[in-house]
Design a protein around this ligand. Structure first.
Ligand code: ZN
Ligand code: FE
Length: 254
């Protein structure tokens, strides 16, 4: 059991912000800063004092609040060495570790959606911040990398323990679940999850965080090796990367 406290809150149209707080040492970090007002309100709501911002990637809907949040809180900004991310105080890359909130945070590079994408894994708390790499029953669109690169990135996350809590950049879950049914519609875990997600969204509740174990059972983007999905796609003898690429392409065209 970890002592860390997690506060997830909606921002913009469908983004999530997250604050992580160590009540013992007092440090608090924000994952990205999608919207300054929402992050500052979350800090007022929790009473936590922001000390750090961990940046996942350079897209506006993840960094546009950084300048103001940093100016108002003095937080130290840590992220990938990307020319389009201003205000960085420290850059990190694959394999680096960050000592923060009383834990070791491991930096995992997951290029594909963007080339600079970093995810942050807290082994002790069993949580990962997946940015726009992995979503509930989905994955990020491949804007800057290649599908094969994205598949390699997803495999890094698939290797994390199944109990790992996964915090994602967006609430795309319901649309992802409906797409997932088009390639894996007989999967009982997926059918059950679609019903759960529909109920949560109808009640205005978040569907995140998810867990790696649940994603491995229900996320078709992680299930390229699954025999039923392969049969559904007519790709029994293709490589896992090819099956992933086909599923990503169908979602993009859908
Ligand atoms: Zn993005
Ligand atoms: Fe995004």
């Amino acid at each position: 059991m970890s002592d860390l406290q997690f506060h997830q809150f909606p921002c913009l149209n469908d983004n999530y912000g997250v604050l992580v707080h160590d009540p013992v040492g007092g440090e608090t970090f924000s994952v990205d800063a999608p919207e300054a007002d929402a992050v500052l309100k979350a800090l007022r709501d929790t009473g936590w004092k922001l000390t750090h911002i961990l940046v996942t990637h350079h897209h506006d809907d993840h960094i546009q609040g950084i300048a103001r949040v940093k100016a108002e809180t003095g937080a130290m900004v840590i992220g990938p060495a990307s020319p389009s991310i201003a205000d960085l105080d420290r850059t990190v890359a694959e394999g680096d570790t960050i000592d923060l909130v009383g834990e070791e945070i491991q930096v995992i590079a997951t290029p594909g959606h963007t080339l600079d994408m970093l995810n942050y894994y807290l082994p002790k708390s069993s949580a990962v911040f997946a940015g726009d790499t992995l979503f509930a029953m989905g994955c990020g669109r491949v804007f800057e990398g290649t599908p094969a690169m994205m598949w390699d990135s997803l495999k890094k996350l698939m290797a994390l323990p199944p109990e790992t809590k996964v915090y994602c950049g967006h609430e795309y879950t319901l649309a992802n679940a409906k797409f997932s049914m088009t390639v894996d519609g007989t999967n009982p875990d997926l059918i059950a999850r679609l019903a759960e997600v529909e109920a949560l969204r109808a009640a205005g509740k978040p569907t995140l965080p998810t867990t790696m174990g649940l994603e491995l059972k229900t996320n078709p983007f992680l299930r390229a090796a699954d025999a039923t999905i392969r049969t559904n796609l007519g790709m029994q003898s293709a490589s896992d990367a090819q099956v992933f690429t086909e599923i990503r392409g169908r979602k993009d065209r859908g």
